[in-house]
Design a protein around this ligand. Sequence first.
Ligand code: UD1
Length: 419
Amino acid sequence: MDKFIINGGKKLSGSIDVPCAKNAYLAILAACMLSSGTIVLNKCPQFRDVELMLQILTKLGCKIEKIEDKVIIDCSNATGYEIPQKLASKVRSSIFLLGAIVGKLKKAKVAYPGGCDIGNRPIDLHLKGLRTLNVKIDEKHGFIMCDGSNLKGQTVHLDYPSVGATENIMLCAIFAKGTTQIFNAAKEPEIVDLQNFVVSMGAKVYGAGTSTITIVGVDKLHDTEYTPISDRIIAGTYMIAGATTGCNIEINNVNIEDIYSLITKFNNSSCKISLSNGKIKMLSDKRLKTFGSVETLPYPGFPTDLQPQVMVLQAISKGTCVIVENLFETRFKHVAELVKMGADITVRNRMAIVNGVDKLFGAEVQSYDLRGGAALTIAGLCAYGYTTVNNVEHIDRGYYKLEEAFSSLGADIKRIKDV
Ligand code: UD1
C-alpha cells in the first residue's frame, strides 16, 4: 500500500483545474451498456474506480480504446450479461450496470457490489424499482439474477432519493415499453448529467434535477460524443484544503451552483471567495470561525462526500461545530485518526462534536475510505510537523495523484510507493 508523507504548514497558492466527476463518469460508463454502437467520452479522469469500471465493460464485450484523455467505447459486441464477484466487489458502481444490462439484453447476473466501507449500503431500493418495472429478480449464491423479458414502463416511488437507485431505474426504463415515472428521485447534478448523456444518444428522459423523472421507452439509441461535468467533490476538497492551510488559490472548471452548500458555509467568514464563470478564487490568511453546524443531506443539501474534509477544517476553527452524518452510518472512521493528530472530536451515533483546537500535529494515520483519506491528507497539510497517511489506494479511487495536485499548489507532500 502506498503512503503520503506530508510536511505540514505550507500555505497553498496558485491555480488548479478540476477534472470530470467520478460519480458522473461511472454512471455514464454504465449507461454505455445500453448502446450497440460507439460512444466517445472526453476528459476521462484517471481514477481507479473509473479504470475498474472500464475493465468491467471490457469483460462484458466492449472494445475500449484510449486516445489521450478520450475514451472510445465500441459496444457493438457488448453482449456479456454477467459481472463476476471478483470485479463487482472492487467497485460499487458495478451495481449501476444491472439496469442497463437487463434493459438492453433482458437478462443480467451481477455479483453484489463492493466500494467504500462507510456503512451498510443496501441495494433494496434498486431491486424494488427494477421489480416494479416487471423485472424478475432472484438473489442466490451472492448473485442477483434478473429476467427482463417482460420489462414494462411503470410508476416507481422511491422510499428515499437514492442516487444509485435513481440511475439504475432510469437506465433500465430507457428500453422498457411505455412510460416510466420515478417519484422522489435523487436530484444530484450527476443525475442531470446522466440524463443529458442518454438524451444525447436519443433516449427520451425528462425531469432530472427535480424529484420526478419521466422516461419514455425507445427502441434504439445512436452514437454520441460527450463530456461529463466537473467533479464538485474535488472542487470542494481543494476549497477546504485552502481554508485549512491559508491560501491564495484559483480553482478552475467548477460548476459553481453544484457546491453552493459548501460555498455558503464561508459566508461572513474571513475567507474571501469570489466566483466567476467556472472559477473560484479564494483568499484566506486567518484561523476561521466555526461553521457551527453541518448536516449531510441529499442534494442540494451538504454532501456526505465532503463531510470528512469539512471536519478537518472545523477541527482547527474557532468554536464548536456539530456535524451530523445522515447518509452513511459508519462514515466517521477518520475521527480516531484526527484525534491522534490532536483534534478534539467526540462521536455520538451519527453526530460528531468538534471543538476547534489551535493546531493539529503530524502523526501516522490510516486512510480507511476515499473521502476520509482525502480528509487526513488535508489534516497533514495544515498540521505542525510530519504526517504519514497510509493506504492511499483508497484515495486513488476518486482523486488522480492528489499529492501532485497539492504539490502544484506549494504543499510539501510526496508519495512513497509500496514495493
Ligand atoms: C452515491 C455516490 C456516493 C455518495 C452517495 C450519496 C456514486 C458512485 N456514489 O452513492 O459517492 O456518497 O451517492 O450522495 O455515485 N440506500 C438504501 N437502499 C438502497 C440504496 C441506498 O437504503 O437501495 C440508502 C444508503 O444506505 C444511504 C442512502 O440511501 O443511507 C444514500 O445512498 P445512495 O444515494 O444510494 O448512494 P450511492 O448511490 O450508493
